[in-house]
Ligand binder design. Sequence first.
Ligand code: SF4
Length: 385
Amino acid sequence: MRYRTPSYMDKFHCIADKCKDSCCIGWEIDIDEKTKAYYDSVDTPFAERLKKDIKDGCFVLDEKERCPFLNDKNLCDIYINLGKEHLCQICSDHPRYYEWFGELKEGGIGLSCEEAARVILSNDFSLKETEIEEEEDLPDYDMEVFAALEKARDMILEKLNETGEKKVPLEFLLSWMLKYGKVLQLKLDEYSAEMEEIQEKVISELPEDAQIFGETNSEAAFGENPSEESPFGADAKTHDDGIIEEDDLAQFLMNGRVRSTLMAYFQTLEPMSNSWIPFLEMCDQVNRMHISDTKWLDEINSEKYEIYFRRLASYFIYRYFMKAVFDLDAAGKIKFAVLSTYMIWLLARCTIELTGQCDFEDLALLAKNYSKEIEYSEENLEKLM
Ligand code: SF4
């Protein structure tokens, strides 16, 4: 099986006791069945603690919401007593994430871990592929859509990571991404409507016993090449050529009132920590003081910062865009990547106003906090996509 990850993936190592915001605090962890069975079989003195501190398949957090196995040195007692190989799946994976697409597995490190955030922000974005031993899944989606989305994602990532003369200012690029997302979505909608129509026709013509199962996959129904026309054909390319002209959305994003609306909207989302909403409220006030200042974000668009936001946008696009193959919502994935990059950008600008600075470390922690609040809440993710 092919295994694809950002090239920086191997640079990540958990910093354990040096972590300011350990993932062993504040998260309810479900222990997978295999690990739970192993914990049940332990017969050393450590078994007493495993029995006491695990209830209903979860670690019982203490009154400070710490994992009961996180010791005073912020090290894991399960790791120490049973070994790394006996951490449960979630603990040993975190902050790594994976997605399976038939014979391709994609992985990466999630922004919600402060050390992963440092790695994501400090490394140029590129992808690498290796072969791994893992059983392949049968893809349960349209391969043609997958290929088209992959091509579209490659193009977006290439533009985000362009250097030299070809580099397009980030606010224009984010605007173009939104517009490109709309074009992709139109094509996808047309394509899936056509597919549905053809599929219904084929199903209605199937002999009765096949109809009982009520399903067919596109390859079986239409042969290996179901459609001559790619869902993202010539139109998308024409749009791509118009990249520099699409500055109306850039203006829109830079508008102070739009910033306020966004800020207000984010305050309505489910908070994961107590400090998040007060932080957003402070940023909201700062933003209101600069509501008619169209140049207010310029500093963040400077050489010093801009590269970090390109890397963040690349992270969000890489992590979420291909999921559109399952729900056919490409525009939603792009919108989420743009909104997230833009919000972190805006919060960084507010941080400069509030504290006088937003250096690399501040930005990494800000991005990590955003990710914890948004990416690790299914409800928030659904609302923003
Ligand atoms: S948040 Fe990241 S660095 Fe911190 S303890 Fe968890 S995996 Fe390690």
